[in-house]
Design a protein. Structure first.
Length: 367
């Protein structure tokens, strides 16, 4: 079931969203048990592989270069460092690693070559690999797919109508195009939104309607609560009530029975009871670790304790789809061939004796 036909209109979906909370949670829990193992929750980790300096103007994001935030910018991480982080995440119970880069779009350069290597390495660790790198072309998506990418994240953030109040540097249609490019390459799509940016309930439903209008809705739908960061245009936005996040999780679960609903940013403001209601209402994944790119998040040991108390089990990687095959990348192979040739050339130059003798130059004083 791509989406629930009982709630295929904006009016019916809004009516569902506005149901009494416990009735809504009960309906969502019933759907969740039909399509998913209600005791399983996927532990995922989110790593910022390139931080800050983004040219976009997303009003919620501290990584935009134009905003004065306390973010420490850094260039793209080394492949070895990322793979070490992936090992640590897996050791702490994560079965999925999402790598984020503060780019407007992917460019065909050495930085993208590094990302391809990272994807290959993490996939070879038997972890699901997800990337969020901004806009990408279909050819770039195919290259990531061949490297072993499991999923690509590209959020719509909100309804088409409200979107322009938060972002002006990227069109809504461009986001839809990127999602389609990932889909065409055979990559699982992860796409969701943020609530608490000043949008209406109708806007929240509008986000879900955008996914209903797709031929294939996302396999993963992350639901985020705004984390207001000082220095961004939304720094003074009032935090939402945790019940609103529960309501959005439940509505998303009912609307898209087969998708994985991911409880994402904003959990630091939720108590364990509220998170338990989210799990009951259909949240099948959380991000573990002390940071979500640049914003605070509960630490691994806190989440492990919570799952233990609630009787929930970590979900294994590739439970929903087979592991992608890591294929050799022709561009990486050629680049490494050129690097080896250059290295050999330099070594030979050091060893080669030349007949050339520079002539002696006498200084003026010695004349």
């Amino acid at each position: 079931m791509k989406f629930n036909p009982e709630y295929s209109t904006k009016e019916s979906l809004l009516e569902l969203y506005q149901k009494p909370l416990l009735e809504l949670v009960f309906e969502a829990a019933t759907i969740h048990r039909k399509y998913h193992n209600p005791r399983e929750v996927q532990m995922s980790s989110l790593l910022s592989i390139k931080t800050g300096g983004c040219p976009e103007d997303c009003g919620y994001c501290p990584q935009a270069a134009r905003y004065h935030t306390d973010i420490d910018t850094h260039k793209i991480m080394d492949v070895e460092e990322v793979l070490e982080q992936a090992k640590n995440a897996k050791a702490n119970g994560s079965s999925r690693l999402c790598m984020g880069a503060a780019w407007r779009e992917v460019r065909d350069n050495k930085d993208f070559d590094k990302v391809v290597e990272m994807v290959q390495g993490v996939n070879d660790m038997d972890m699901e690999v997800c990337c969020t790198l901004g806009m990408l072309s279909e050819n770039q998506a195919k290259r990531l797919k061949n490297a072993g990418l499991f999923a690509y994240n590209h959020n719509l953030d909100s309804s088409k109508e409200f979107y322009k109040d938060v972002i002006s540097t990227r069109e809504y249609e461009q986001r839809l195009d990127t999602i389609e490019n990932a889909r065409s390459a055979g990559i699982s799509v992860c796409s969701g939104g943020i609530i608490g940016m000043g949008e209406t309930e109708e806007d929240r439903i509008g986000l879900l309607m955008s996914y209903m209008e797709m031929e294939n809705p996302p396999e993963s739908i992350p639901i985020n609560a705004l984390v207001a960061v000082e220095g961004t245009p939304l720094e003074d936005q009032k935090p939402i009530e945790q019940w609103e996040l529960i309501r959005m999780v439940a509505t998303t679960r009912i609307a898209f029975p087969e998708s994985v609903v991911r409880l994402s940013a904003g959990r630091t403001k939720m108590n364990m009871e509220a998170q338990a209601l989210c799990f009951m209402a259909g949240a099948g994944s959380i991000f573990a670790g002390d940071k979500l790119l640049t914003t605070p998040n509960p630490e691994f040991n806190e989440d492990q304790e919570m799952l233990s108390i609630l009787g929930l089990l970590p979900k294994a990687s590739f439970s929903d789809a087979p592991q992608p095959e890591t294929k050799p990348d022709p561009i990486l192979i050629e680049r490494k061939r050129q690097e080896e040739a250059r290295k050999k050339e330099l070594e030979e130059a050091k060893e080669t004796k030349t007949q050339f003798e520079p002539r002696s130059i006498k200084s003026v004083d010695s004349l």
